[in-house]
Design a binder for this molecule. Structure first.
Ligand SMILES: [Cu+2]
Length: 483
């Protein structure tokens, strides 16, 4: 490993002399045509027809950037520009991205490839691209002011380096970063191994997506870029449930999920019905001895994770971030909890004064998924999505892994809902509760009963409180502290 890195390292050093600066008129004229994509669909894998072969990835609600070979160098053309991204049907956001989309297209190369990336800036301010996680000459690292001047509006810069190690990487600006990343500028980079790698298994399906987040007020189109933590749209590749495509796989497929986090908080990503191994992190493939089975993997800020599992259980398996506020869409945050408050009388009185008045959440908030309430134009429903059994009541970072026997190899199309074998779906109990003696009866549920003695605890209290207090205070609105 060490010697190989050294060898490629010396080859890479040749590019150190190529500054990411001036491009001659001749080179400009020879720019590869930028390829644009405006549809938010999951595009089929881009099978390489030039360069070294590899098994391509599939970008969830995204695509891979085509390249051209130029005297043995893989040339890509990224265009930084304002884009309109449909985050879910009926909700479009005005973002910044690359080549017509946010996130930008996935770049796929092979270990040892020499790569040349033309970056054209069509924004109104300086930008740059940092190739997150890569080994490269310092002048190609993309930090504005430190490694290169910012790319001025209207100009094209060239980055060139050798993809030295296989793995999962990201790209994003390192210029006015807070704004440009809050606006959606980011993308994935995959470096495939050049030969069979002892720590990188061949898989049947290889999905990639970025975790990103936006703060867009209901009824508006542009993210608020000053938000530090309190985002209201938690997305995968700038899509929110139910706009995120399902991950469709064949029963017994070996599946790899590559996830990168460019939000401002961590996301515990949880898969139902299967256990996965964490086979790769920021530094590349994990040693086999460190691998253990998990059902949730926390992806921290700025990190990449590779999860692998055998899809050996048929069905429609939920796959989501486990922070429950991250599986909801835009909402007002200062809604008081009304669970358990019977306010029928109050609502009646208020309705006399304000005919449209509506009480929210008296039985929980699930009712809101079916509520036909007028939303401002261009607003995503807070919790939505309809499954075969009704409303799913979700939003944000949520999708479904569909495992099917009849899925053809290489077919990524949506097979529809799972057809459950008879007797394998939870069903309503129609017997008698509290009647063990009767046929079909079940005993009363056991229920914890508090007694008069000091309750359980690590130590007994010195004296009992004079009065039992049940807390019913409602905090005043405001002072919301993020998620
Ligand atoms: Cu999350």
């Amino acid at each position: 490993m060490f010697s190989r890195r050294n060898f490629i390292g010396s080859a890479g050093a040749v590019t150190a002399g190529v500054a990411a600066a001036a491009v001659s008129k001749v080179a400009m004229a020879a720019l590869p045509e930028p390829v644009l994509q405006t549809k938010p669909d999951t595009m089929p894998p881009l099978v390489p027809n030039t360069g070294r072969p590899y098994n391509p990835v599939v970008t969830l609600n995204g695509w891979t950037l085509p390249w051209r070979m130029n005297a043995g160098v893989k040339e890509f053309h990224l265009v930084a520009e304002p884009v309109v991204r449909e985050m879910t049907p009926g909700f479009k956001a005005h973002l910044w991205g690359y080549n017509g989309q946010s996130p930008g297209p996935t770049i796929e190369v092979v270990e040892g490839d020499r790569v040349r990336i033309f970056v054209t800036n069509k924004l109104g301010e300086l930008t740059s691209i940092h190739w997150h996680g890569q080994r490269l000459p310092n002048g190609m690292d993309g930090v504005t002011g430190l490694n290169q001047p910012g790319i001025p509006p209207g100009k094209t810069y060239v980055y060139e380096f050798v993809a030295r190690r296989p793995g999962t990487f990201m790209y994003h600006p390192h210029a006015d970063e807070m704004v440009q990343m809050a606006m959606g500028m980011m993308g994935f980079w995959i470096t495939h191994p050049k030969a069979k790698h002892p720590l990188i298994d061949e898989v049947d399906r290889d999905f990639v997506f970025l975790l990103n987040a936006y703060d867009i007020d209901p009824g508006s189109y542009t993210p608020k870029i000053m938000t530090m933590l309190d985002f209201n749209l938690w997305s995968w590749n700038s899509r929110i449930f139910p706009g995120i495509d399902s991950l469709n796989v064949r029963h017994m497929d070996k599946v790899r999920l590559r996830i990168g986090n460019l939000t401002m908080t961590n996301h515990p990503i949880h898969l139902h019905g299967h256990e996965f191994l964490v086979t790769g992190t920021d530094g590349g493939p994990t040693p086999k001895s460190t691998r253990r089975y998990e059902v949730t993997e926390d992806v921290a800020v700025g990190q990449m994770r590779q999860l692998e599992f055998l899809a050996d259980e048929e069905g429609d398996w939920a796959f989501h971030c486990h922070k429950s506020h991250h599986t909801m869409n835009a909402m007002g945050h200062n809604v008081p909890t009304m669970i358990g408050v019977d306010h029928r009388g109050v609502a009646k009185q208020i309705t006399k004064l304000i005919p449209d008045y509506m009480v929210m959440g008296e039985r929980g908030m699930k009712d809101m998924t079916e509520m036909e309430m007028p939303l401002p134009d261009n607003t995503a429903a807070m919790m939505t999505g309809t499954g075969p059994f009704g409303s799913v009541g979700m939003g944000g970072m949520f999708s479904v892994v569909k495992v099917r026997k009849e899925q053809k190899p290489g077919d990524y199309s949506d097979p529809g809902w799972f057809k459950h074998p008879p007797g394998t779906v939870a069903y309503e109990f129609t017997g008698v509760i509290g009647a063990t003696g009767q046929a079909g009866g079940v005993p009363d549920p056991a229920r914890f009963k508090a007694d008069a003695s000091p309750g359980p605890g690590s130590m007994p209290p010195v004296a009992k409180p004079a009065k039992e207090v049940e807390v019913k205070v409602r905090k005043p609105a405001g002072g919301h502290s993020g998620h």
